[in-house]
Write a protein that binds this ligand. Structure first.
Ligand SMILES: *[C@@H]1O[C@H](CO)[C@@H](O)[C@H](O)[C@H]1NC(C)=O
Ligand SMILES: *[C@@H]1O[C@H](CO)[C@@H](O)[C@H](O)[C@H]1NC(C)=O
Ligand SMILES: *[C@@H]1O[C@H](CO)[C@@H](O)[C@H](O)[C@H]1NC(C)=O
Ligand SMILES: *[C@@H]1O[C@H](CO)[C@@H](O)[C@H](O)[C@H]1NC(C)=O
Length: 413
């Protein structure tokens, strides 16, 4: 009997070793996910902030197996509720989004009867088995609860910065092309960035430094297209400022009047900056020449009035823009859990009796961020939470011949 148990353990150990799946930062490998319980209760914003400090999110259950596994994981701690990485902007399952922005709870959910119900708060907690078992309920984001953070799994490699099956290596100042050459000498490339989590992870590498920016491995050919030095497909962008002073991409590490932390902007390629190299874990491919880029056109946000939910980053504009408007429009700008919305007007020309009102929340009952009916308002606004409501009020009876506005909005943290 004992022998059989040993044999079992041996086989299990071999499996684990051959797989090499690991979690970094002291997270626990559970159900092929990396989870860590934080028992100290925190409001939703602070909980999100802790998770994103590791480059992760609050935990997300996307299958019944995940949903049971998290319950089992926390069950021995005497906790009855934990925050999870879901945020609702309405009462239907398709209006509740997972924190990594990959899909809504229309795909999988375990909401209790009567939920989702965003009137009970946009945030969502998981009720630990026993007190209704493993079900999800809305709750006010300001309430404090314990929480579980989630990081992508990764695999063993010899590097200090190991995230989602890639190694990252920070280096000191060089011009863009020399930086890429140095990366290639190390069988890597200047970093390409493919998700908000990876973007945050890169900023977290520099959380203890005082640098204002770094090179990342992209060249922007227009405000909505980036070619990555490693040849990977552009499937995510956080490009904030596209200017003609150069096409190489920098990432801001501090928020200033011009840049948001984590935001990308173009700059003169010959300037010096610190930089990060990136390579897949395991196989070291030292061929030196990256595969040719495969350009795919990025999704375009049509600038029309589509009243409703807009996910950052994107643009909004008045109906019929760039021609004159005849009617108003309301826009809900959203980003995931812990982030904020920054709205920047590119163009604004409206009649005196009309107004663009910007609210720090979901509706006109939230705090107004600009003065009512202001004629020369600021052009940049930042919300405190993850939703901004923009109400373009048109009271002029017919078209006054003004072109309205267009604006770009970003997810900032
Ligand atoms: C090995 O890792 C993969 C994901 O990379 C996972 O799907 C699989 O279940 C793991 N196998 C074992 C035995 O842990
Ligand atoms: C969340 O907690 C932090 C720190 O305690 C506090 O500064 C912040 O105002 C709280 N936010 C909300 C929405 O309650
Ligand atoms: C703003 O304009 C609207 C419509 O012209 C008007 O009803 C309202 O009283 C104005 N509010 C302020 C504070 O001026
Ligand atoms: C906004 O409109 C201005 C003027 O028509 C144009 O130059 C600019 O490219 C537009 N911006 C966006 C994001 O559509």
């Amino acid at each position: 009997m004992k022998f059989i148990i040993y044999l079992f353990l041996f086989i299990a150990a071999c499996n684990a070793a051959s797989n090499n799946t690991i979690c970094t930062n002291g997270f626990n490998l559970i159900n092929n996910k990396c989870w860590k319980l934080f028992q100290e209760p925190a409001n939703h914003t602070m909980a999100e902030r802790t998770c994103t400090g590791y480059g992760g999110t609050l935990f997300m259950a996307r299958t019944a197996i995940d949903n049971r596994a998290v319950g089992t994981y926390v069950s021995s701690y005497g906790i009855d509720r934990i925050w999870m990485g879901v945020f609702c902007i309405g009462n239907s399952k398709s209006q509740c989004y997972f924190d990594d922005q990959v899909g809504s709870t229309a795909i999988y959910d375990n909401f209790a009867t009567g939920f989702p119900n965003a009137e009970n708060g946009g945030c969502v907690y998981y009720s630990v088995p026993g007190s209704p078992s493993g079900q999800w309920m809305n709750f006010y984001c300001r309430e404090v609860l314990p929480y579980v953070c989630e990081l992508p799994i990764t695999h063993n490699d010899n590097c200090d910065y190991n995230f989602n099956d890639h190694c990252y290596f920070p280096f000191v100042e060089l011009p863009f092309s020399s930086a890429q050459l140095q990366c290639q000498n190390l069988c890597s490339n200047l970093v390409s960035i493919h998700s908000p989590e990876e973007n945050r992870y890169i900023t977290s590498i520099y959380s203890q430094s005082s640098y204002d920016f770094i090179w990342i491995g992209g060249i922007a050919t227009s405000s909505d297209f980036v070619v990555w030095a490693d040849g990977s497909v552009m499937d995510y962008s956080n490009l904030e400022t596209f200017s003609t002073g150069g096409n190489c991409l920098k990432m801001a590490l501090k928020s200033t009047d011009y840049h948001s932390r984590g935001g990308w902007y173009t700059d003169d390629c010959s300037t010096l900056a610190h930089f990060v190299c990136k390579r897949p874990i395991g196989a070291v491919d030292c061929s030196g020449t990256p595969p040719p880029p495969t350009p795919t056109p990025p999704p375009i946000n049509p600038p029309t009035c589509t009243t409703g939910d807009h996910w950052a980053p994107g643009t909004i504009s008045s109906p019929n823009y760039p021609n004159s408007y005849r009617s108003g429009c309301a826009y809900t700008l959203t980003t995931y859990g812990s982030n904020k919305i920054r709205l920047i007007f590119d163009y604004k020309q409206i009649y005196v009796t009309d107004s663009v009102d910007i609210y720090d929340g979901v509706s006109i009952y939230d705090t107004l961020l600009n003065p009512l009916n202001c004629t020369s308002c600021d052009l940049t606004y930042t919300s405190t939470g993850n939703i901004m409501y923009v109400n373009f009020r048109v009271t002029s009876s017919n078209s006054p011949g003004y072109n309205g506005f267009n604006a770009t909005f970003y997810s900032v943290f």
